[in-house]
Design a protein around this ligand. Structure first.
Ligand SMILES: Nc1ncnc2c1ncn2[C@@H]1O[C@H](COP(=O)(O)OP(=O)(O)OP(=O)(O)O)[C@@H](O)[C@H]1O
Length: 795
């Protein structure tokens, strides 16, 4: 705390004796009522405002702090303490203004002290203050009903202040308590402004008392009444004072004139006093007016404050309203946005719902499809299983067949070692000329690319002589060797090579009187159409011949398979001719046999039977024969010309009207088998050779099975062995399998013993045709004998 001396300020304070001190606080509203009381009661005196400034308090009050902070912001250059002092100074200025308005001369004493009550007590002592007015109650007790001191400061000052000081404690403009001064009583009474009014008169005591009691009531609702009473009291004091004077004057009148003068003086004095009293009354009325005005002003200020507060409230409300409106607008926008969003969501939901129902439908459909597919898969699996079983069976069968073939080969080799092959007959060109009536054109039965074919009678045998071109680089030895090799290729369904004429490079074959399959299918020379059973048999026989050829080491590939190469004997047993002919055909120096054939075939109708892959690459494979065999099958089934046959069958099968395509001249085809065969034939004709069926497992077995299932009930009733006996193995005379087959002049093969017996018994006609035999020579049919032997070994 700073030095009290240093902080003490005095403004307008001159004569302490004549001055009423009023202790005022910072609460103007509260201290103002105390000030009013002092002004009302001591208007003629000087009034000095006493304020003890406790700096910390300034900051403690919220409003003050706010004020101080604002001020600090405005005057950042000033210190806080300085600002506080300014504030206190402002407060005191306001009090001085009040005093000025009341016409009272005023001054101020401002001290700074931490303890207000101590400050007051100190200043009383230091300034020798005689008259002090101060508040009696703290803020919380501040009311009109207060009857005792309710302020620590007031109590402290009351107790501690120098006793020479007379103190009035007020609350709300009312005197609550008076602490009279004790010491130097007379002095006090002289100094007391109330007592001064009647200092010399005994009655003044009662008047003083009355005044004192009146002053207690100033500021109360009955103040006006009290004021009148006060005036009356004053008058009575004056009149008593006047009567005393007068009374005193009448007692001492040695000089009347002097007395009169004295009296007049006294009278004028009395008038002056009366005027003073009147002036005082007027002043009081003025004070009252001023007080009223103050009150009104206070009310006005209060109202103004209220209006301001209302205005600020209004502004605040307006801004709040504006904020609320803005908020509402925002909320509206937000609501709108949410609504839109909601609408979109509803739309999307609707879409999703629709999609969901569509999906559900699709799922149901999918379920149906899945179910169908499952059923199909199941049936496909079943089919696959059955196919696999069949395949396994066929594999087993194939394995067995291969084993049998191997066994047969082994046996064949063994037998071949023990069996002396009949020497291939060699004919001279003269013999051939004689046999063909000097190559009589009428004896020519065919004209192929590799030479003409003549029918001939050679050594009492009906033969077919193929005159190969004699040019080329092939030596005679090579030719003989190739022919030798070919002569050993024997199979019941292969045309037998009887002999050769190396001279003319001619091949002598057994003659097959029923011509070629091509002629039969074309019903050449009014040939009877082949029945479907016969056609199945031919297909099976050709297939068997091909299997045999391909099983040779190296495989013999026919390479020019077509119906004209399938010849039919007297029993309509089919035999494949021209096999292995490649090796005998003279070629160019550089071109391979197969390539030559391929090039030639490209330009004629034979190419239809040719494997396209072979035609393209010139590479001959066993599958090329399979392709050709497929076309032959199609021809057997339909009897149609070869051109476009594949496409026609495919279309018919796709449309499901294959029956219409079947060759009806072949009789009543078993439809299912025929269709199955057609599918098989088309598979043979697959462009990719790898997709073509196997001759043994896919074709021969199926054909055999078909043949078996289609055989007549009569034949079915026979024994297994009987059913399986190839017809051409059976001797037409004995009706049993031949053991020593011999070809007679009629071209039929008979059991040697049986035909010899027939001839010996004087017959010179054919047992089959009943025509006269041209001769009685017999030729052993080694090929058939070999085939019978092989067949017998199989069973
Ligand atoms: N051993 C035979 N017995 C009876 N006729 C035969 C015999 N060999 C061939 N022929 C007949 O001779 C015809 C001609 O046969 P060849 O093999 O020479 O010619 P292609 O088959 O018609 O045509 P290419 O050989 O030029 O392809 C055959 O269609 C057939 O009628």
């Amino acid at each position: 705390m700073e030095n009290f001396e240093e902080n003490e300020q005095e403004r307008g304070l001159c004569d302490v004796e004549e001055t009423i001190f009023v202790a005022v606080g910072r609460n103007i509203e509260k201290s103002k009522t105390t000030l009013f009381w002092a002004v009302q009661n001591f208007a003629e005196k000087k009034i000095c405002l006493l304020h003890v400034h406790k700096p910390i308090q300034v900051v403690a009050a919220f409003k003050e702090r706010k004020y101080a902070v604002n001020r600090l912001k405005q005057h950042a250059d000033k210190g806080f303490r300085e600002l506080e002092r300014e504030r206190v100074s402002e407060v005191l200025d306001q009090y001085l203004l009040i005093l000025g308005q009341a016409g009272v001369q005023g001054g101020t004493i401002l001290i700074e002290k931490d303890n207000v009550e101590n400050g007051i007590v100190d200043i009383i002592a230091r300034q020798k203050i005689r008259w002090l007015v101060m508040g009696a109650a703290e803020d919380k007790y501040y009311s009109k009903k207060l009857v005792e001191l309710k302020s620590k400061k007031a109590i402290f000052v009351c107790q501690q202040a120098p006793i020479s000081c007379h103190i009035w404690f007020c609350c709300k403009g009312r005197l609550i308590y008076t602490r009279n001064s004790i010491e130097d009583r007379s002095e006090v009474e002289i100094a007391d402004p109330f007592l001064m009014l009647n200092s010399d008169v005994g009655t003044m005591q009662s008047g003083h008392v009355k005044l004192e009691s009146l002053t207690h009531r100033l500021g109360s609702p009955d103040a006006e009444e009290d004021a009148d009473e006060l005036e009356t009291s004053c008058c009575s004091v004056q009149s008593s004072w006047s009567s005393n004077s007068l009374f005193g004057t009448s007692k001492s009148t040695p000089l009347l004139t002097d007395e009169l003068t004295h009296f007049q003086e006294e009278k004028s004095q009395s008038r002056i006093e009366q005027a003073k009293v009147e002036a005082k009354n007027s002043k009081r009325i003025v004070y009252e007016e001023v007080v009223k005005r103050w009150k009104q002003e206070d009310n006005a200020v209060e109202a103004k404050c209220k209006v301001k507060a209302m205005q600020s409230l209004c502004v605040k409300e307006m801004s709040q309203r504006k904020e609320l409106e803005e908020l509402l607008a925002k909320e509206k926008k937000e609501l709108e946005r949410i609504k839109n969003q909601n609408d979109e969501t509803v739309k999307e939901l609707h879409m999703v719902h629709n999609q969901n129902s569509i999906m559900k439908g699709q799922i149901t459909e999918s379920h149906c499809v899945v179910k169908e597919l499952e059923e199909k898969i199941i049936s496909a699996v079943e089919l696959l299983i059955s196919f696999k079983q069949k395949r396994d069976e066929l594999r087993i069968e194939c394995g067995n067949a291969k084993r049998r073939v191997k066994e047969l080969k082994r046996l064949g080799k063994r037998e071949a070692a023990s069996f002396s092959w009949p020497e291939l007959l060699e004919f001279s060109f003269i013999e051939l000329n004689q046999a063909t009536n000097n190559l009589d054109p009428s004896w020519k039965i065919g004209e192929g690319r590799y030479g003409n074919v003549y029918r001939g009678l050679l050594r009492h045998l009906h033969v077919a002589i193929k005159m190969l071109p004699s040019y080329g680089s092939q030596s005679l030895l090579e030719f003989k060797h190739e022919v030798e090799v070919l002569s050993r290729v024997r199979h019941p369904n292969l045309v037998i090579l009887i002999g050769t004429c190396p001279e003319s490079r001619s091949l002598v074959y057994e003659y097959l009187r029923n011509g070629s399959l091509e002629d039969c299918l074309a019903c050449k020379d009014k040939k009877t159409p082949l029945l479907w059973q016969k056609r199945l048999q031919i297909a099976s026989e050709v297939c068997s011949a091909l299997i045999y050829l391909h099983s040779n080491e190296p495989p013999i590939i026919h390479g020019n398979l077509k119906p004209s190469k399938v010849l039919l004997d007297a029993n309509l047993v089919s035999k494949l001719g021209d096999f292995g002919i490649f090796h005998l055909i003279p070629q160019g120096e550089t071109t391979s046999n197969s390539t030559a054939l391929c090039n030639e075939s490209k330009n004629n109708s034979s190419s239809v039977y040719m494997d396209p892959e072979y035609l393209e690459t010139g590479k001959l494979t066993p599958e090329a024969d399979v392709y050709s065999f497929g076309i032959i099958l199609l021809r057997l089934l339909t009897g149609r010309p070869v051109l476009g046959i594949m496409k026609d069958v495919q279309c018919a099968l796709q449309k499901g009207n294959f029956n219409a395509l079947l060759d009806c001249s072949a009789g009543d085809w078993p439809r299912a088998e025929a269709e199955q065969l057609a599918h098989l034939a088309l598979r043979c004709c697959e462009k990719n050779r790898l997709n073509r069926p196997d001759l043994v497992s896919d074709l021969w077995s199926v054909l055999e099975a078909m043949k078996a299932s289609c055989e007549s009930p009569v034949s079915q009733s026979g024994s297994k062995e009987h059913r399986r006996i190839p017809s051409h193995f059976v001797c037409p005379i004995l009706q049993e399998v031949m053991k020593d087959p011999h070809i007679a002049a009629d071209g039929f093969t008979y059991e040697g013993e049986a035909i010899r017996g027939w001839l010996k018994s004087g017959h010179n006609t054919s047992p089959m045709t009943n025509l006269k035999l041209e001769h009685c020579d017999l030729l052993p049919n080694y090929a058939l004998h070999q085939a019978i032997l092989e067949w017998q070994q199989q069973w």
